[in-house]
Design a protein around this ligand. Sequence first.
Ligand code: NAD
Length: 260
Amino acid sequence: MSDFTNKTVIITGAAMGLGLAAAEELASRGANLALVDYNQDALNKAKDELSGKYPDAKFLTVMADVSNEEAVKGYVNATVKEFGKIDGFYNNAGIEGKQAPLTEYDVNVFKKVVDINLMGVYYGLRYVIPVMQKNGGGRIVNVASVGGIRGVMNQTPYVATKHAVAGMSKNAALEYGRYGILTNAIAPGAIKTPMVAEAFREVNPDNPQAAEDEYASRNPTKKLGKSSDVASLVAFLLSDQNGYISGQVIAIDGGESNIY
Ligand code: NAD
């Protein structure tokens, strides 16, 4: 028996990075997992790897773009059909967009970031919460960012949408706490994932490692975080061990967001 035995958790953006790391952590703790991503090949690869490592775990994969409301209904319905309920929701899928100053930002890219990071998270909440209400409760973790707490140069839509995720998490906590649903946002700093590797390539195409080293040197811990660091926090927030934390934006950034 593990603490997630007989629990069903949906993870969006599950094919790589923070989503995949959480899938691994939760599978090792006995959860039934609905893995959602819009990258079918990466999703299949992730499922094969996880099934190999955790042969007793149950996985459902759903290819869906979280910015498409019908597709979100689809992954929620498919999860309920397969597992009967939803205990935990890791509302994680998101993109960075491109880096550019506010006045020069490509409007189409801006709208895409809004569609995925803001509307995608909203649709997820909209369709998962009623299922949790019927079950008598649940745990939700939305993924904001340090960019959901303060500004980040050249990332206006990312920062705007991640502040929105922080705000939606507070409201979901207020409105659905009475149904036993605890909702929080996490605010990771720079964690080594494919998304962050791409950001360092954008900052310094000739030497991404130099960009990474420079970034790490500014962190109080002098290093980037690991996706497994984030997975441990997420598993705690999604578990019954979290009995009373709700409506919080929890930074996991080596202390970086405290630098003035
Ligand atoms: P990643 O790019 O490494 O992985 C993201 C996954 O989400 C991919 O598998 C991708 O295919 C999927 N995805 C993206 N858009 C999707 C969509 N519209 N529908 C379905 N799937 C989609 O990114 P990551 O670093 O693991 O980031 C995960 C989340 O964490 C994002 O919301 C990101 O903004 C946030 N975050 C990451 C960091 C970090 O340092 N890595 C820091 C702060 C916040």
